[in-house]
Ligand binder design. Sequence first.
Ligand SMILES: Cc1cc2nc3c(=O)[nH]c(=O)nc-3n(C[C@H](O)[C@H](O)[C@H](O)COP(=O)(O)OP(=O)(O)OC[C@H]3O[C@@H](n4cnc5c(N)ncnc54)[C@H](O)[C@@H]3O)c2cc1C
Length: 401
Amino acid sequence: MLEWYLIPEQYRSEIELVRKTAREFAQRYFTKELAHEIDKKEEFPWDLYRKAGELGLIGPTIPPEYGGGGLSTELGSAVITEELVRTDTTLGQCILSGAFGLFALYLFGTEEQKKEYIPPVVHGEKTFFFALTEPEHGSDITELSTTAKREGDYFVLKGIKTFITNATTAEYGIVLAQTDPEKKYRGQTLFLIHTDWPGVEIKPLKGKMGQRGSPIGEIRLDGVKVHKDYIVGGIEELNKGFYRALQYLNIGRTHVGAVALGMMLNAFDKAYEFAQKRIQFGKPIIEHQLIQQKIAEMVQLIDLSKLAVYRSHLILDDYVKGKIEPRTMAAISSITKIFVTENATKVIDYAIQILGGSGYMEEFEVERAWRDHRVTRIYEGTTEINMLTIVDAVRRGFFSI
Ligand SMILES: Cc1cc2nc3c(=O)[nH]c(=O)nc-3n(C[C@H](O)[C@H](O)[C@H](O)COP(=O)(O)OP(=O)(O)OC[C@H]3O[C@@H](n4cnc5c(N)ncnc54)[C@H](O)[C@@H]3O)c2cc1C
């Protein structure tokens, strides 16, 4: 019920419809058996991804001219995420991360790039990648080892990107490279690259703790010739890549908040149901006050996380239109990411505790929610880096309370 106070009136019918669509889709196609299989085999669920694309659940706020769902608010994408991930943490997350980084192309790409590369991804036919991280540069990407040396109309890319989501499934994506090493972060550029181009080699990275249906890999670039037309946004965007990457991360981090919210809800639903059925000392454990205390804390944390996620997605609408300073948005998205992901750990941990020994077993699934959620505190900026972002915005006067 709470959401009716949070959702502006003009969006309510649209949000109600997308929530229903996402929920029905997830309840119809997400089975426990499929989730276990995907988790065990570390395989991407292509069938589900395609079906989600057909229903407009991928890139839901991207305008229809690029094949997107054309929703009027980013809140729509938060609600889709919440519903998919609440139903199943593994399958829901896979569908969402299939298009990771695509919004950067939508915001910063040329018209031709957007028309060519966005539709196949939002239709669920292709995945996408956004490659910043390198073996030597994770939290600190102010200086990169991947270089792009200019040779006439071409740039020659050399280096390694690691931990890249969809590296093994995507046919193309975005890579950040150092075009002017002396200028450090003022000399970086975003390039669109295809994985079948000469000099590109992809190496899968297996054995993740969670989110095991969402593939990651290494992208090795060994003298890859990229025409200047493949600079994201065209040649005017040369050396602006670092800033564009951070501007995009403001959106990505906000989306991670929605993912973690869905994961908390998933674990809560299971714990609440269990607490009503499990009898100990002659009564359902929900009658015991120490269990009630946990449930009360879970409800508080989920309720306030939802507030943070909905608020930041509504603010994203203005940010995408250029009405909010990027460093102000950075503070808002970091606050959301930290608050929701850190509290997801607490909520899912309580869920495991409520289930007792069953909580530790894969059959009861909160174990998987735990594994799936843990990386939300690490990727797209660790909690520590997001803390620094908040303080920086406050000290420079971009955010105040
Ligand atoms: C499943 C998964 C998917 C990913 N997908 C992608 C992707 O698609 N694209 C991509 O580019 N990257 C991706 N990443 C990489 C991810 O963004 C990085 O792992 C993350 O940014 C942290 O970098 P790092 O692992 O090198 O850790 P490091 O930067 O080495 O950090 C190690 C620890 O030191 C801390 N630390 C670092 N600097 C400071 C500081 N100044 N103050 C305090 N503490 C600090 C960190 O918070 C962390 O706790 C993915 C990672 C994973 C695990």
